[in-house]
Unconditional design. Structure first.
Length: 70
């Protein structure tokens, strides 16, 4: 399944992978909600954090990572 990327911050990006072809839009909506939750709960990012939708049928796997050009 294809990976999709969305910026959470200029140097912090999230990669999300839908489990099924028809959930790309749902993943995007989920990511936008995650964006708010992320900044409320994480003042700093250490390494890679994997986040999954906690519903019984997980439709979106998410990795948040730091992208530094240096």
């Amino acid at each position: 399944m294809q990976n999709h990327f969305i910026p959470l911050h200029p140097t912090i990006w999230a990669k999300y992978t839908p489990r099924y072809k028809d959930v790309k839009q749902n993943c995007y909506i989920y990511m936008k909600l995650l964006e708010k939750i992320w900044w409320e709960e994480n003042s700093s990012i250490k390494g890679i954090t994997k986040i999954e939708n906690n519903k019984k049928d997980t439709i979106c796997y998410v990795e948040v990572f730091r992208y530094d050009q240096n």
